[in-house]
Design a protein around this ligand. Structure first.
Ligand code: FAD
Length: 395
């Protein structure tokens, strides 16, 4: 496939953010090139795949205009429907609340999203890497050769190490960037509750983060951890923490003792929210590239897609000469900027508390299941904030 010399919009990265942006831009009448360095869209997977139902996302982000592909997707993308969520503090006293959602087959879901973008008119180039971004010109290299392509607007949906963000001066400075290191296994032959998401806390198993067991079937699961390297014991890797959790955790180890590991997945999760600006006069960043992740739980699919819709529509308007591209920054912040910032503040408060299992047990004791659910989606009830502040002063 040979690309045209120029497009209205080039989207770098065909994950949930990029595919959603490309679909809405193409639907708005723009010519769009969507490229991804992956040989196969969605593979390798870098996600545990939990997606709350659209009604849950809408209830917690009431101002967000949800893309239709977040609300409706084929059953073939669903590995498991979820009914409950369990939070397990270090002392093991489980807190449970109802949650409606699915564990997705991310490979299939990403392919579904990309197909919708291409059917809407976006040109797709797989195994094609953006190697240089200069002004609104992109150099690409991959299976279809080397090309130089121009656009009116560039959308950087190229994940947490975004080349577009770096090239456009939009990235966090490395010294102020906060990331969580995640590693997970897809396992079979485990003795789990197939309807429940489980999240485990405790500094000896998951410093600065949590471990999860997300069901993918009756006896199948995604088991993983996300930790903050700065809070970990010196010389202990994320993989070693995951093994420690699977072998030694008093509640999890019995469920996982016969696990057959089928797949290893690793990635990083940006947890310090969006940089000061996410758009220039000719480029914007979206999804992980822009820190669009709920910092308290690492959930990035909904914000990436909500911002993806805004990115695609705004870039198409810009290409038609109807608005400035910087308008994108204002629009996404109006829809979920407060939730994103609140999740970062909650994460920062929890960082202090997570250094001590005693403080963590005390925190989980006074936060009700409903408040926990709200916190997962970027809300922090006043009473919780005051309680956490009081606890963090005790450390
Ligand atoms: C281990 C782990 C578990 C997670 N679990 C969950 C979960 O259960 N639920 C949830 O909501 N979120 C989860 N997340 C977060 C979620 O995966 C991301 O927030 C989400 O994928 C963001 O979508 P995106 O489109 O911004 O980025 P990505 O999905 O990372 O897509 C970026 C794309 O850009 C491409 N790309 C990068 N650079 C270039 C380049 N130079 N040229 C061409 N293409 C390029 C990549 O190949 C990739 O396909 C998890 C993350 C990790 C690491």
């Amino acid at each position: 496939m040979i690309p045209e010399a120029s497009y209205d919009i080039i989207v770098v990265g065909a994950g949930p953010a990029g595919s959603t942006a490309a679909m809405y831009a193409a639907r708005s009448g723009a010519s769009v090139l969507l490229l991804d360095k992956k040989r196969e869209i969605g593979s390798p997977i870098q996600c545990a795949g939990f997606l709350p139902d659209a009604s849950e996302v809408q209830a917690l982000l009431p101002k967000a205009d949800l893309p239709e592909t977040l609300k409706n997707y084929p059953d073939s993308c669903v590995l498991r429907q979820i009914k409950t969520q369990c939070i397990i503090p270090p002392n093991g006293s489980v807190k449970e609340f109802a949650v409606r959602g699915t564990v997705l087959d991310r490979r299939r879901y990403d392919q579904f999203l990309v197909e919708q973008a291409a059917r809407a008119g976006a040109e797709l180039m797989v195994k094609t890497r953006a190697t240089k971004v200069e002004g609104t010109t992109i150099e690409t290299s991959g299976i279809f050769g080397k090309h130089t392509v121009k656009a009116k607007a560039i959308i950087g949906a190229d994940g947490p190490n975004s080349l577009v963000a770096k090239s456009k001066g939009l990235a966090w400075k490395p010294e102020s960037k906060e990331t969580s290191v995640a590693i997970e296994y897809q396992v079979r032959n485990v003795d789990i509750d197939p309807d429940a998401l489980e999240m485990y806390f405790g500094k000896d198993y998951v410093p600065g983060g949590y471990a999860w067991i997300f069901p993918e079937g009756e006896d199948r699961a995604n088991v993983g951890i996300g930790i903050r390297s700065g809070m970990a014991e010196k010389g202990v890797s994320a993989k070693e923490y995951l093994h420690r959790f699977m072998r030694n955790h008093p509640l999890a180890a019995p469920k996982l003792k016969n696990a057959i590991i089928m797949n290893v997945i690793a990635g990083i999760i940006p947890v310090n929210g969006a940089p000061e600006s996410t758009a220039t006069e000719d480029s914007l960043i979206v999804g992980d590239a822009a820190g669009h992740i709920i910092a308290t739980n690492g959930g990035g699919i909904p914000p990436a897609m909500i911002a993806g819709k805004i990115a695609g529509e705004t870039a198409a308007e810009f290409a038609a000469g109807k608005c400035r591209l910087e308008e994108y920054d204002r629009r996404w912040r109006a829809q979920f900027g407060t939730a994103l910032e609140t999740s970062v503040q909650a994460r920062q408060l929890m960082d202090g508390i997570m250094k001590s299992d005693t403080l963590m047990n005390a925190a989980f004791k006074f936060i009700s299941p409903e408040q926990m659910k709200a916190m997962q989606c970027g809300k922090m009830p006043g009473a919780v904030k005051m309680g956490l502040q009081a606890l963090s002063r005790k450390k």
